[in-house]
Design a binder for this molecule. Structure first.
Ligand code: UD1
Ligand code: UDP
Length: 354
């Protein structure tokens, strides 16, 4: 039996092809939701819209400091693993849920599969970098999305026999949902937008939105982009960002802020955007897959593949750099190749696990 552990928006999305594959092929599994994300738009909307079965367990841990959140998740997972006794668990990505899941299972001598292994920003001030490094070094099966991520794992002396290059399950998720998205929803009409005539923005990284200075710089950059290109700026606001904007008393005037979108709606917004400005990890990949230019509001990225194929550029948060990078990306051709695989990552991963 496989225990699939998830807890946040991107994990639900990137695990969805694995859950679907297990369901379709009658593979013995259960889904454990830690409840790290819990607001309807960050959690349940994805189970509802992606037709995923409800998780068998939900720990409902909610938000907290890193130690409190990780500790609560570990305790909850331990109880369930002791009862269910799966042969292995799978975690995906770099959140506190991933760290807690891999640490707890490995101490119970339950095999750990890490989906999206080998990503590195080389920035240890990011909580996600710590989570990635620790989980990779504990894991028994490392599912690297690309040869670049495999190479990094080998550099860190991880046994090559444990590493499998599978592609990223986000390609599976995009392929599975893009068609459904265009049939089911017309989100552009709803927001009064026309294709290729708006800029889509997301920002939620702690290092950006928890700093008044960095967040204010990003907002100034967005205003410069809006003035230069005379296009609406559409910004689905992550709850963390909403909280910090209120706390810092920053103005969102001139920016179309909307609530976090369901995956089908968000895919439509992304696929039709003129350009996407983001500090999200998954969105750097999705824009690359969809052929939409991306400007990353960070100084580094653990997705070098997107820089190599030239679908993405690192702007940091300086407002004039944001404008310069947006202009540069808009002058590039969008005919790069998708480096993240053929959309069969879930099948490859589950086949290796069973
Ligand atoms: C987490 C992950 C991050 C990932 C992101 C995906 C860690 C350390 N961070 O960041 O890697 O990119 O999820 O979106 O695991 N909140 C709500 N409702 C929710 C969830 C959060 O209101 O459903 C608010 C709370 O005020 C909370 C804050 O957002 O304190 C931050 O939530 P948290 O899960 O700690 O981190 P994220 O910023 O969401
Ligand atoms: N996403 C979504 N609705 C939104 C914003 C993002 O469905 O309003 C999806 C997006 O398509 C991607 C994932 O959420 O698949 C990225 O999550 P996030 O940016 O929160 O986390 P990260 O990838 O940075 O860990």
């Amino acid at each position: 039996m496989i225990g699939i552990i998830l807890g946040t928006r991107p994990e639900i999305i990137k695990m969805s092809p694995i859950i679907r594959y297990c369901e379709k092929n009658n593979i013995d599994h259960f889904v454990l939701h830690t409840g790290q994300h819990y607001s309807y738009e960050m959690d349940k909307i994805f189970f509802d819209m992606l037709n995923l079965p409800q998780p068998l367990y939900n720990l409902d841990v909610g938000s907290g400091t890193h130690a409190a959140q990780t500790g609560k998740i570990m305790e909850g997972i331990e109880n369930i693993l002791l009862e269910e006794k799966p042969e292995m668990i799978i975690v995906q990505g770099d959140t506190n849920t991933v760290l807690a899941g891999s640490l707890t299972a490995s101490k119970l001598n339950i095999k750990v599969g890490h989906v999206e292994a080998g990503l590195r920003s080389f920035d240890r001030t990011m909580p996600e970098e710590i989570n990635r490094v620790v989980s990779d070094h504990i894991a028994d099966y490392l599912f690297a999305p690309t040869e670049i991520s495999k190479k990094q794992l080998l550099k860190e002396n991880i046994d090559a026999n444990k590493v499998f290059v599978t592609g990223n399950t986000i390609v599976d998720a995009v392929q599975q949902n893009l068609k459904i998205a265009s049939k089911k929803t017309n989100v552009l009409d709803g927001f009064g937008l026309s294709p290729k005539n708006y800029v889509l923005v997301t920002s939620h990284r702690a290092e950006n939105v928890d700093s008044k200075n960095r967040l204010a710089n990003i907002l100034s950059g967005l205003k410069l982009v809006k003035e230069e290109f005379s296009v609406p700026i559409v910004f689905p606001i992550h709850p963390r960002t909403e909280k910090m904007i209120q706390k810092f008393g920053l103005s969102m005037e001139g920016i179309n802020t909307i609530k976090p979108q369901g995956f089908l709606e968000f895919l439509q917004l992304e696929a039709n955007a003129k350009i996407v400005l983001t500090d999200s990890g998954g969105i750097q990949e999705e824009t690359c897959i969809l052929g939409v230019p991306c400007v990353t509001l960070r100084e580094n990225t653990e997705r070098p593949e997107t820089l190599n194929v030239k679908s993405n550029v690192l702007a940091g948060v300086d407002s004039s750099e944001i404008l310069r990078c947006t202009t540069e990306m808009l002058s590039r051709n969008s005919n790069w190749e998708n480096p993240y695989g053929d959309g069969k990552a879930a099948e490859k991963i589950v086949s290796i696990c069973t």
